[in-house]
Design a protein around this ligand. Structure first.
Ligand code: GLU
Length: 421
């Protein structure tokens, strides 16, 4: 996202401070807090890739496991120039809480390669992915660590990883990754899952706050897989999408942008929101400050920060991205009465359907779309209700309530398993 005005924030510092904020409420002792504040495994690889022009370039990649006490670790792989050790650590910690909040039998992981995937040819991307998959093949596997798509990666990336891992093992292992194309063991509904989960969350949050989703004015920051699907489904549900952004900037139309499908198609074709759209062009910062009912950050972490939180006028924020709001911004938003539905609840739809995909692969028994959607909604609704009940009991924010739920589930598993040896 072109939001250079964000003061430099460290995602891992933010993730740790969110954890510390609930430590007192759930009575975490210093030892337990220390366990949860650290990632159990941090794997860094520097690997060569043969480029199309015959040169060799070395790329750096990471795969980090935050906690595996509730099951094999799960989380996406990100290809971006912003990838860093601390970013991946934060994202892996958020995966631990997210999986626990929605009750999946997984721990948290994340990975990434420092690369701009748009600057590589398809052949270069394939060679990079296959070499990276080989490097991390020693720590991934269907029983231990199951990668998935994230920013800059997609079903094709997962297919290359699945194929590489399978070649190394000598037989097909579809359950080693999720988010694969359906033709090789992917699940129907996985591509839309995070955006669909955001829709289900928006429906619950509107009912919770006595707001109507039909007619609600919505601004979406980020038009990648998550933002574009969320915008489309919210539009279908009767919300009015007034603003959308991608890395080039944002478009805004007070009475609604109109045909979201057409914007999506143009974006797919040209890679950016089309010039000449009747909406006015605004900056990403202006989008975040729009007077809307619902603001959906669906881009990078740290977008709503100390420097711009005071300008937010939305009634509700639904965090489709991971870590879009810094703890300092959170305090400002809470004081202003903005209702924030946190990432570890709101964007969990992706990993929920990843779980369905993994289960289907392990059983070699595949579900129909309506089963995926019904089960996804059931899990998202239940998690929302559980978080809401804690919020009401503890008189706290939705984020604190989600952390209380997620962290407590992890702590309970650590206690019952015990510390080895
Ligand atoms: N990358 C997604 C997330 O941040 C999905 C992870 C997964 O499906 O394992 O939740």
């Amino acid at each position: 996202m072109a939001t250079s005005t964000a003061p430099a924030s460290n995602a891992f510092d933010d993730a740790r401070s969110q954890l510390r904020a609930v430590a007192g409420r759930i009575g975490l002792d210093a030892g337990m807090l220390d366990v949860l504040s650290n990632c159990i495994r941090e794997f860094t690889v520097n690997f060569p890739v043969l480029m199309d022009d015959g040169s060799v370039r070395v790329f750096t990649g990471y795969r980090i496991h935050h906690n595996e006490v509730r099951g094999p670790v799960k989380g996406g792989l990100r290809y971006s120039l912003n990838v860093s050790l601390d970013e991946v650590r934060a994202l892996s910690m958020w995966m631990t809480w997210k999986c626990a909040v929605v009750g999946l039998p997984y721990g948290g992981a994340k990975g990434g390669v420092v690369v701009d995937p748009r600057a590589l040819s398809k052949g270069e991307l394939e060679r990079l992915t296959r070499r990276f998959a080989t490097e991390i093949s020693v720590i991934i596997g269907p029983d231990e660590d199951i990668p998935a798509p994230d920013m800059g990666t997609d079903g094709q990336t997962m297919a290359w990883i699945m194929d590489t891992y399978s070649m190394l093992r000598g037989h097909s292992v579809p359950a080693v990754v999720t988010g694969k194309p359906v033709s090789i063991g992917g699940s129907v509904g996985r591509v839309e899952a995070t955006g669909r989960g955001v829709l289900f969350t928006a429906m619950k949050a509107c009912a919770d706050r006595g707001m109507s989703l039909k007619g609600a004015r919505v601004a979406v920051q980020g038009f990648g897989n998550v933002g574009s699907v969320a915008a489309k489904l919210l539009d279908d549900a009767g919300a009015i999408i007034v603003a959308l952004s991608d890395t080039n900037g944002a478009i805004y139309k007070e009475d609604g942008l109109g045909d979201i499908d057409a914007i999506l198609a143009a974006q797919r074709q040209h890679g950016f929101i089309p010039e000449g759209h009747p909406g006015v062009h605004i900056t990403n910062q202006e989008l975040l400050a729009l007077d809307v009912d619902i603001l959906i950050p669906a881009a990078l972490e740290g977008q709503i920060h100390r420097g711009n939180a005071g300008a937010v006028r939305a009634k509700m924020i639904i965090e489709a991205a991971n870590g879009p709001t810094t703890p300092e911004a959170d305090a400002v938003l809470n004081a202003a009465g903005v209702f924030v539905v946190p990432d570890i609840l709101a964007n969990a739809g992706g990993v929920v359907v990843s779980y369905f995909e993994w289960v289907q692969d392990l059983q070699s028994f595949f579900w129909e779309e309506h089963e995926v959607e019904t089960r996804l909604q059931r899990i998202m609704d239940r998690a929302y209700d559980e978080v809401k009940a804690i919020r009401e009991r503890e008189q706290c924010t939705m984020r604190e309530a989600a952390y209380i739920l997620g962290v407590s589930r992890v702590v309970e598993a650590i206690k019952v398993r015990g510390i080895f040896p």
